[in-house]
Design a binder for this molecule. Structure first.
Ligand code: BGC
Length: 421
């Protein structure tokens, strides 16, 4: 997920090379080109709704999809296009990275859409703050994903004589039973961003929201190297022993498929996983369970997807861009997109009627945790710290997952990574 942007100078220096390598094709009038990495079954269904909506408004949708969970490949493709002077109309960029792109001077001001759609009144501050650069809207939020979930196949649990865990003692008890019954206890894909996703839920479960904030958001050296972080890595090391030997490189949706088809019992993953269950026609509470990751029921790790808007050349393109921003924030889009995506609407004023029990729990928990301090930004999904530090953290965690590195060595490496620039 290293998405560190180069400074202007480097951009300029690279522009010549990239321009020669890439055809310069920018969006035409009444057309939007949208870069995203929503390519799994559930994700593709979700983004298709936006395409449909734009086409109904007479605007052509030029799809710029770059596969790869977590978006690392997409960010590489985006940088090449921006350097070549042919940025897309919008790109799936979120969190502090929006500020990094803002500093490059390449983002479009979409205040006109925000005023027209009354965004200030309809967005919680925790969302609207992220969408602005120097006080102006440059991005439109599509959703709020909760990351600290555990996805469970109840049939696997029943076969193993295990019960759904609420804390780590119960989690390891269930994992032991599933393993003994000859099934895979933990479905996982060995990719750095997935490792980081598990790590942050474990840190939250082991240490609680205050510890998470101190260590992972404020980067307090004592919290990064102290006993709670050591226990986090010890817990992670134990989880490793329940992951199957074929996990290396596996995509997240294939790990979710292992839960869907009963090969594995439990998966730590954000609620884009629910999009896969939904696309497979599965019902929550019956075919699968969504539980807060062990020990995290009083907390909520948020991950807000947004479409960040790039400066476009003609007045016609600007018009289409504002229509896109308006469509994204419409209650109709926020409902249908999030029903498919597994997330919840980013804005107020969307009916809850069609949402399932996992989404309702997410809505209620977000509300409660925003009042009691349990609402924390996801580091693994680019919400908590700048991309250089997030990338360095991710490297340490991936190394830990793929070697015999000790928890003691890992916490020291993490404290060093917190200084990455
Ligand atoms: C994004 C989700 C996406 C997931 C898997 C997350 O970082 O926020 O929208 O579904 O990665 O690619």
């Amino acid at each position: 997920m290293k998405i560190k942007l180069s400074v202007q100078v480097t951009l300029a220096a690279l522009a010549t090379i990239a321009a020669a390598a890439l055809p310069v094709v920018s969006a035409q009038a009444a057309e939007v080109e949208v870069l995203h990495y929503w390519t799994s079954g559930g994700e593709a269904k979700s983004v298709a709704e936006l395409k449909k909506m734009m086409e109904a408004k007479g605007i052509t949708w030029k799809d710029f999809a770059v596969a790869g969970g977590g978006g690392e490949n997409a960010m590489t493709a985006l940088k090449a296009r921006v350097i070549a002077g042919s940025a897309p109309t919008a790109a799936q960029i979120k969190g502090p990275s929006i500020q990094e792109w803002g500093k490059e001077g390449v983002l479009a001001n979409i205040d006109a859409a925000a005023t027209e759609g009354k965004w200030e009144a309809n967005l919680p501050k925790v969302v609207s703050n992220v969408m602005k650069y120097q006080g102006h809207y440059v991005a439109a939020p599509v959703n709020v994903h909760r990351v600290n979930w555990l996805w469970i196949n109840p049939e696997v649990l029943a076969k193993a004589g295990a019960k759904a865990p609420t804390n780590f003692t119960e989690f390891f008890d269930a994992a032991d039973k599933i393993k003994k019954a000859g099934m895979i206890a933990v479905a996982h894909g060995g990719q750095p961003w997935q490792d980081a996703t598990v790590f942050e839920s474990v840190a939250l479960g082991v240490g609680g929201a205050d510890f998470y904030k101190k260590a992972i958001v404020q980067l307090d050296p004592a919290s990064l190297t102290g006993p709670t972080m050591i226990k986090t890595f010890e817990t992670l090391a134990k989880i490793k022993t329940y992951i199957d030997k074929d996990a290396a490189g596996r995509d997240w949706n294939l790990a979710t498929a292992m839960i869907i088809n009963g090969k594995a019992g439990m998966q730590f993953m954000g609620d884009w996983a629910k999009g896969e269950f939904t696309a497979a026609g599965k019902q929550p509470g019956k075919d699968y369970l969504c539980m807060p990751a062990p020990g995290t029921d009083k907390a909520f790790t948020f991950n807000i997807d947004s479409m960040t808007m790039f400066k476009v050349k003609s007045a016609e393109e600007q018009k289409s861009q504002l229509v896109l921003a308006g469509a994204i924030m419409s209650p109709e889009f926020q409902e249908v997109f999030n029903l498919n995506k597994g997330s919840i609407p980013a804005r107020a004023g969307v009916s809850r009627a069609k949402f399932d029990s996992c989404a309702i729990k997410s809505m209620d928990d977000m509300d409660a945790t925003s009042k009691n301090g349990g609402l924390v930004p996801s580091f693994a999904h680019g919400m908590a710290i700048d991309s250089a530090k997030a990338g360095a953290f991710q490297d340490v965690i991936a190394k830990f997952m793929n070697s015999s590195m000790t928890p003691q060595a890992a916490v020291l490496a993490l404290a060093k990574a917190a200084k990455a620039k």
